[in-house]
Design a protein around this ligand. Sequence first.
Ligand SMILES: NC(=O)c1ccc[n+]([C@@H]2O[C@H](COP(=O)([O-])OP(=O)(O)OC[C@H]3O[C@@H](n4cnc5c(N)ncnc54)[C@H](OP(=O)(O)O)[C@@H]3O)[C@@H](O)[C@H]2O)c1
Length: 289
Amino acid sequence: MRIAIIGAGNVGTALAVLLQSAGHQLTGIASFSAASAAAAARRVNAAHGTDPLTFTRQAEIIFLTTPDRVVAEVCEQIVCQNGFSAGAIVAHTSGAHSSNILESVSINGAYPLSFHPLQTFANPDAGIQNLPGSFITVEGDEEALPVARQLVADLGCKLLEIPTASKPLYHAAACIACNYFTTLIEEALQVMEAAGVCRADGLPALYPLIEGTLNNIRRVGPTQALTGPIARGDASTVKLHLSALEKKLPELMPFYRVLGLATVELATAKGTLSDTERQKLLVYLGGDV
Ligand SMILES: NC(=O)c1ccc[n+]([C@@H]2O[C@H](COP(=O)([O-])OP(=O)(O)OC[C@H]3O[C@@H](n4cnc5c(N)ncnc54)[C@H](OP(=O)(O)O)[C@@H]3O)[C@@H](O)[C@H]2O)c1
């Protein structure tokens, strides 16, 4: 199909490369800055520029891969100039927003779609490498869905379809699993540093533990994968952690406590925590040590 990309950032560039490799034809890549559009276009030998209309009118599918905050505005600017052809599919790749933010495309006779790659694009190359095999979550106009399903398959991805109203909650889940997980590892590294292990040694030391944990979660799910002092009911160990944190990193205690309390619930679900140890843990984690 003929595809235009508007927004030559991490996702737009990766999609341009992957969709072209899958046999689709790019009408061109537009971006806010000419330099970004040119850099993305060099990878796929496509036309480029700063005016979306140069490429949107000939396209059957248009991806608006700008930051979330300007997707609706960019879409409306194109609609006002009759920039989408009748029957075209206009997609954004935001996780949190639904296809409703593209409702103006119906004025041009086009169909709105949200097409969210459930993967992290730290840069275009990371996206190109990680996307195949990932899920892509779609919702939108009934007319757009069959093409969306085909594109998911063309990208070597798996399909997740969700109700339009669920997008913000769905995206909160994705942010917890990806962004908050990243923050979690950063906090662990800070605690390692406070323990005297420098950052350069801390990450390689923690990494096999992180991978082992992910392997267990994949194999048996989070409840059965849970190990450690809370799962075992060693409340005195948690008390020791809190005392050490209080001396060296008191600002991390609220973070440790919130995750500790959630972990008590997981350990309770696992069934390995006695009532007595659970009560002690709730006191340590919920109040003063
Ligand atoms: N990064 C991820 O991990 C990820 C994962 C899944 C979904 N998404 C979604 O994908 C979308 C793009 O994210 P991203 O990470 O690729 O963002 P990004 O790297 O910041 O790229 C956004 C691009 O849009 C361009 N742009 C900004 N305003 C524009 C405008 N008015 N008209 C045309 N182009 C404009 C930017 O301009 P310049 O021309 O100035 O460079 C930039 O190249 C977002 O909706 C995001 O939620 C991101």
